[in-house]
Design a protein around this ligand. Structure first.
Ligand SMILES: Cc1ncc(COP(=O)(O)O)c(C=O)c1O
Length: 548
């Protein structure tokens, strides 16, 4: 932000040892303790009051306008503001223009309100400032992490008690790792799958050491592929690029009518790949448990069988849907997840943790041995250093947050959240169907659905249209839906997102859809009705003419 106009009238602040000591040394006297507590007050209450009373999503100012206030690029020699002023500025000048993801009217993305205790837990993590990369900077936190990882592993794989007793604090084995998010978890899974396919052998030191060209030569392979449905998260393509197998080798498979991977397409693709070139290696097949755009779940049990038949690593991307396992009522929706060699989960999604936290779980405790790295000063052989088998180096103690949250919420607490999301999404779908203006495009399996504006008159035309006519009508509808989403977003009262889906897997039949993610326990069907009312009004007043 540009400097306040009246900042000149305040006494000049200086950077010197006296003030440095004040910010580094924990205050001893009562007065300074009281000051620190006073500073927490606006964070805990001021920000919370803002989030509560500011029911909208964001102030209606364009990003272009806002960006004009952020053009100074000089770091001042002396301090510009005191902590109290910085906090006030963040609450009054930044928060209103950020996005109030905690609003129950914010139903467009996988980011939502978090239980308030998460702010306390995050503060403790910052205050302790442990670095979990190594035992020497985390000690007990490393063992807490191993314990909480085992708890989630147990929820997924449900092995015997003796298995967990053997591995929970075993320094040689790894049931799971904390990472930055779903992207890094997916990348780590594919990294392990790649290295396991090209291990060291006589005359070859392994792919991690010698690289992809030498590995292909050593194993007489021309190409590695990863198979996933069109609904696969784009992080898998990043993994293809980073791992050197090439992102064009992340093969997108067609989906069935329920947006699940089309198994016959998968089988046909495998046959075709083998027929085209026997030297093509299927590195992994990825099943999705809660697709980003549609919330759909692949037939995981069947995918596991196909993986076994083709000697491919079976990865399940459950970044979104994983916590469905908390719900006795709905955990069957992701059945088969326990057959996966590896599972991605995101803490900052349906575990309701603050940004950012991802996790990767492994069926077999030695799977990540193939990505282990050691250094002389850290991550020594045989140590409990948790940085040995992770892509990231230094990282925060997210395990403390997850472990505490599990204790505060219990399985049942999380189950209530999951059930609410799934049931509210089902009620929302019913309402969309009931209203004439809308067409439900993908009914919810979990708590994500898509729909679009498509008035009855246009629907009738679509029903009898030939290919060219249908595509033309869809293009008009796409324009309307795109604009509607933008107008609603810019008005700042509520938010649904939008994406583009292919109908019948045909690139010529791309339809723009509105996407709703229901995860905030405060989002009720009444609120969702208000959002639909607003959309109807926007259509009637601003967009109707585009379809005349
Ligand atoms: C299914 C799925 N996988 C992976 C990711 C990537 O997660 P992150 O954004 O935490 O890296 C997402 C994010 O939305 C997702 O929905």
């Amino acid at each position: 932000m540009k400097k306040d106009k009246d900042s000149k009238s305040q006494p000049e602040l200086v950077a010197d040892w006296e003030s440095l000591f004040r910010v580094f040394i924990r205050p001893e006297g009562q007065a300074s303790r009281a000051t620190l507590i006073k500073y927490m007050d606006p964070i805990l209450y001021g920000l919370n009051d803002f989030l509560k009373t500011h029911v909208g999503i964001t102030e209606a100012v364009s990003l272009k306008e806002l960006s004009k206030n952020f053009t100074d690029t000089i770091i001042c020699d002396n301090p510009e503001k005191k902590l109290a002023d910085v906090i006030t500025c963040l609450i009054k000048e930044i928060a209103p223009y950020a996005v109030n993801v905690a609003s129950p009217y914010f139903v467009g993305h996988m980011t939502s309100a978090i239980p308030f205790f998460m702010v306390h837990l995050k503060t403790i993590v910052a205050a302790l400032n442990q670095n979990v990369v190594k035992l020497e900077t985390s000690k007990v936190v490393s063992v807490v992490e191993k314990q909480v990882v085992a708890k989630i592993h147990r929820m997924i794989y449900d092995k015997k008690e003796s298995f967990y007793q053997k591995h929970v604090q075993n320094t040689d084995t790894t049931l799971g790792v904390f990472v930055e998010g779903g992207t890094t978890a997916n990348l780590t899974a594919m990294w392990a799958a790649r290295n396991a396919k090209f291990p060291p052998k006589k005359g070859f030191n392994g792919i991690e050491s010698e690289g992809i060209a030498a590995a292909y030569r050593a194993y007489d392979v021309d190409r590695c592929v990863i198979l996933v449905s069109r609904r696969g998260h784009y992080s898998l393509r990043k993994a293809g690029g980073v791992l050197g197998i090439g992102n064009q080798n992340i093969i997108a498979l067609d989906t069935d009518k329920k947006n699940r991977v089309d198994l016959s397409c998968l089988k046909r693709t495998i046959t075709r790949l083998k027929k085209e070139n026997l030297k093509t290696c299927i590195l992994a097949i990825v099943g999705i448990a809660g697709a980003t755009e549609t919330g759909s779940v692949d037939p995981l049990e069947k995918l596991a069988k196909i993986c076994a038949e083709n000697n491919a690593h079976f990865h399940v991307d459950a970044a979104w849907g994983g916590p469905t396992l908390f719900s006795k009522k709905y955990k069957h929706l992701i059945k088969g997840i326990q057959l996966a060699d590896s599972v991605t989960m995101d803490g900052h999604k349906q575990f309701y943790m603050p940004m950012s936290c991802g996790m990767l779980y492994l069926k077999k405790p030695h799977t990540l041995d193939v990505i282990a790295y050691h250094a002389n000063y850290v991550n020594r052989m045989g140590s409990v250093d948790l940085g040995i088998k992770t892509l990231s180096g230094s990282r925060e103690a997210n395990s403390l947050i997850l472990d505490s949250a599990l204790k505060i919420m219990g399985r049942k607490g999380y189950a209530l959240l999951i059930d609410h999301g799934i049931e509210t999404a089902a009620a929302f779908a019913k309402e969309i169907k009931r209203r004439d203006l809308f067409e439900l495009i993908t009914p919810p399996v979990l708590n994500i659905l898509t729909y679009r504006v498509c008035p009855p008159k246009i629907r009738k035309k679509l029903a009898v249209a030939n290919d060219t006519e249908r595509q033309k009508i869809n293009q008009q509808l796409n324009k309307v839906n795109r604009r509607l989403q933008r107008i609603q977003r810019e008005a700042g009262y509520s938010f649904v997102s939008r994406t583009t889906l292919l109908q019948n897997n045909n690139p010529d039949d791309a339809v723009v859809v509105l996407r709703s993610v229901i995860m905030n326990p405060m989002t009720t069907i009444e609120i969702l009705n208000e959002i639909l009312d607003e959309q109807e009004k926007i259509f009637d007043t601003k967009l109707k003419d585009l379809l005349e």
